[in-house]
Design a protein around this ligand. Structure first.
Ligand code: EPZ
Length: 401
């Protein structure tokens, strides 16, 4: 699918089951490399990033089966998240630099600092990055910023390190907690999940295990914004509302009515959402991965709001595309000033990145006429089938080659 077409101004109604979490399953798949045996992972989303990861795992010697997988594994993307488990298991990891992407530079200095703290030697040669260590020894690791990926890599590299590793200033995202639970379920010894201080006691081996991946809180948050933009009443199943507290309180400030259950979230929206001020922050603050989608809601809302992006320096890509739909947005550095106008006007736009693409779908739901979104491969990296999901709720949306 390369293009999505949305015929806007139809409200949404019904219920959908949310797919498994991309940002939980990718580090879990990487962590499975730590164990020379069988790991069974349930609720794996059928998304391009998972297929890419399977391709990389196969390349390094893993054998896998994925029920009903007939997808052809497309472009291989180097995944820095494998360097931690490879270093932990083999004492040696060579990966290519992840390089920048459309939302920012994506440096890995914190990952490398963690590996060095555990005793690894890092070398950069001809565009490759190698980390090696005869033995890894437990150490104190201090993160000046709670990097999600660096916390994950440090955890995985520390599992077999001799003695105790304490990660200070660790990220606290639910995906970190699920990685700690997954590793402990394999026989690792990690304490402090969900806090900024994680203690890992080195072990000498892990065992076969099974694990169920939680629902994707960012996909759920995306569909929350879709209901806010299109109006209506929708029940999202298979997620933990407690993983989205900041996003849910923002939605209520904007006028959404929410009902929270253990594994479900009901959203009702009547009338246009109020534009408000929002700042992205590390968890438990408002997630950067929902920033573009909320901007799309405000663009079709009422009043004025300010969106401040503090995590990624290049994450306003959707704003320029939203302006092609008639949105009134002014970018000032890390801040976007949004003046809500409703309805937006359907037009041809281009997905700038994964969540920016999803934001354009959300905006299309509030646009008069047809919005056509190209470069939709970005969206397929993280959403199993956004057209299937939203059309099951009554949206007039379809994908075409
Ligand atoms: C993870 O990326 C997620 N990706 C991102 O989701 C998410 O936006 C991000 O965490 C923040 O929550 C996956 O889990 C696969 P970071 P990650 O390291 O680990 C700087 C999506 O849409 N930094 O917490 O790369 C970095 O430049 C994706 O699903 C360093 O300076 O995020 C950025 O400004 C997008 N040095 C900030 O930290 C480092 O060594 C946050 O990065 C590492 C990061």
């Amino acid at each position: 699918m390369s293009v999505i077409q949305v015929q806007g101004l139809r409200s949404l109604k019904g219920e959908i089951k949310i797919q498994g979490s991309k940002n939980a399953v990718l580090p879990i798949m990487a962590a499975a490399v730590l164990h020379k045996g069988t790991t069974v992972i349930h609720n794996v989303p059928r998304i391009q990033d998972v297929f890419c990861m399977l391709g990389i795992l196969e390349r390094i010697g893993c054998i896998y089966s994925l029920d009903g997988q007939e997808e052809y594994i497309k472009s291989m993307r180097s995944s820095i998240i494998l360097s931690g488990p490879l270093l932990g298991r083999l004492g040696d990891a060579v990966t290519s630099f992840p390089g920048g992407c459309s939302i920012g530079q994506r440096p890995i200095d914190l990952h490398l600092a963690a590996f060095r703290a555990l005793g690894a030697v890092i070398e950069e040669k001809d565009e490759k990055l190698s980390a090696s260590a005869k033995t890894l020894v437990g150490a104190d690791i201090y993160f000046p910023f709670p990097s999600v990926g660096a916390t994950e890599n440090a955890l995985m590299a520390a599992v077999y390190a001799k003695g105790i590793t304490v990660i200070h200033g660790a990220a606290k995202e639910p995906e970190i907690t699920s990685l700690c639970e997954f590793l402990n379920n394999m026989g690792a010894i990690i304490h402090g999940a969900g806090t900024s201080r994680l203690a890992v006691t080195g072990v000498t081996g892990l065992h076969d295990s099974e694990f169920i991946v939680a629902g994707d809180r960012i996909v759920a948050g995306t569909y929350l914004t879709a209901v806010m933009a299109a109006e209506g009443n929708v029940l999202l199943e298979g997620i933990c509302p407690g993983h989205l507290t900041a996003a849910l309180s923002l939605a209520e400030r904007m006028g959404a009515e929410l009902k929270l259950f253990k594994n479900q979230l009901e959203i009702s929206m009547r009338g246009r959402p109020d534009c408000v001020d929002v700042v992205t922050e590390p968890y438990p603050g408002f997630p950067t991965d929902l920033q573009s989608q909320v901007m799309a809601v405000m663009a079709s809302g009422s009043g004025w709001g300010r969106v401040e992006e503090t995590i990624f320096e290049g994450r306003f890509g959707a704003a320029n595309e939203l302006k092609k739909l008639g949105a009134d947005i002014v970018i000032e550095g890390k801040r976007a000033i949004v003046h809500g106008l409703y309805p937006l006007k359907g037009n041809c736009v281009t997905a700038p990145d994964l969540r920016g693409g999803a934001a354009l779908v959300v905006a299309g739901l509030a646009g008069e006429g047809v919005t056509e979104i190209s470069e939709c491969h970005h969206i397929e990296r993280g959403y199993e089938n956004i057209c299937r999901d939203l059309s099951s709720l009554g949206a007039a949306i379809r994908g075409k080659e």
